[in-house]
Design a protein around this ligand. Structure first.
Ligand code: GDD
Length: 314
């Protein structure tokens, strides 16, 4: 098997590369630039990375033609959920999906593709509606969610027309080492480590009342692989823990592992309007198809994230 990961330099992409390399698989990556490779530098020449802009059809097609992958994992995109309109985000999600799948089709690749979406596609979940399964209507609130759900429809149409084998996943929040500190857990962990190093002992936070369903990124990418092994074209799977955690409790658990006293201050700029406040997913379908379940505890994930920042900032 030849595996191609788009967005290999990113958070999930780099952990997926780790997992595939550990299994002895042949791994290639597509990255926007060959710089910024700190997440995969430790893999050295065990993987081969090609430079291409996912929004440039010709560049994408050239990489696919050089690699001729048998499995494609489409992780390239913009993962931060911004509050404002960002047309580059629509480009990278929609046009990126179009370029990748259209090129795979034109080149007649015999590749299964994993298209990676987001729980943000579901939008606002009324409290009391229980866990969100894959049949829940997609009704995104955030423009990020809209960009992902429109790209998901596009991706699935390649399956519907019989052009390509495409499996979709909707991951909920994933956390762990290497995540950008714009995201909540990494932001808190980084600030704790900076405070441990002598910075003013005030940790800046946004909405601590919102709730999310968190999975360790290493469990998330293990789910991606399981789905590629046994999933059928046209399938869609949630990847999540099935539990919500309040952001305040995540903060509390991180502070418990801090080596110094920490004060907390709320900051208006971290509050985002029009995004779902509570999200919890149902992974019954994924578990029934693959046997997957989350294995890494929240405490271990948070501890590893702190360790990552302690090493990075030391
Ligand atoms: N980033 C951030 N910073 N979020 C904060 C903060 C803060 O200081 N304080 C509270 N929050 C709250 C946010 O309001 C949100 O409710 C929650 O923490 C999680 O925010 P993020 O970590 O930024 O993630 P997200 O839920 O917006 O999006 C992530 O998960 C999606 C899947 O559900 C991203 O990984 C997306 O790419 C992914 O699709």
């Amino acid at each position: 098997m030849i595996h191609l990961i788009t967005g290999i330099h990113g958070f999930a992409g780099s952990h997926l590369a780790d997992l595939l390399v550990k299994k002895g698989e042949q791994v290639c990556g597509l990255a926007h630039s060959l710089d910024n490779d700190q997440n995969i530098a430790h893999l050295g020449n065990k993987i081969k990375v090609y430079q291409a802009d996912i929004c440039d059809r010709l560049q994408v097609e050239q990489v696919l033609d050089s690699v001729r992958p048998t499995a494609i994992y489409h992780l390239a995109g913009m993962s931060y959920v911004p509050a404002t309109v960002d047309s580059a985000m629509f480009d990278s999600h929609f046009r990126g999906t179009l370029n990748l799948l259209e090129s795979a089709k034109e080149l007649k690749l015999k590749a299964k593709t994993l298209w990676v979406g987001s729980s943000e596609e579901y939008g606002l979940i009324k409290q009391g509606n229980g866990l969100v399964d894959e049949c829940h209507p997609l009704s995104p609130l955030s423009l990020y969610g809209v960009s992902k759900s429109s790209a998901e429809m596009l991706a699935n149409s390649y399956h519907e027309r019989g052009d390509l084998e495409v499996i979709r996943v909707r991951p909920f929040n994933h956390i762990g080492p290497r995540q950008n500190s714009r995201f909540v857990v990494s932001s808190f962990a980084r600030q704790i480590v900076e405070i441990e190093a002598g910075k003013e002992p005030i940790l800046k936070v946004g909405n601590l009342n919102s709730e999310r369903d968190f999975t360790d990124v290493r469990d998330t990418v293990r789910a991606y692989l399981s789905v590629m092994n046994v999933g059928q074209s046209g399938d869609v799977f949630n990847v999540c823990s099935g539990k919500t955690k309040k952001i305040s409790s995540m903060l509390g658990k991180l502070i418990e592992q801090a080596q110094v006293k920490i004060g907390v201050e709320s900051e208006e700029e971290h509050f985002r309007p029009n995004i779902p406040v509570s999200l919890a997913g149902d992974f019954t379908k994924l578990q029934a198809a693959t046997g997957w379940r989350p294995e890494i505890s929240l405490e271990a994930s948070l501890g590893d994230t702190l360790t990552y920042w302690r090493e990075k900032l030391s």
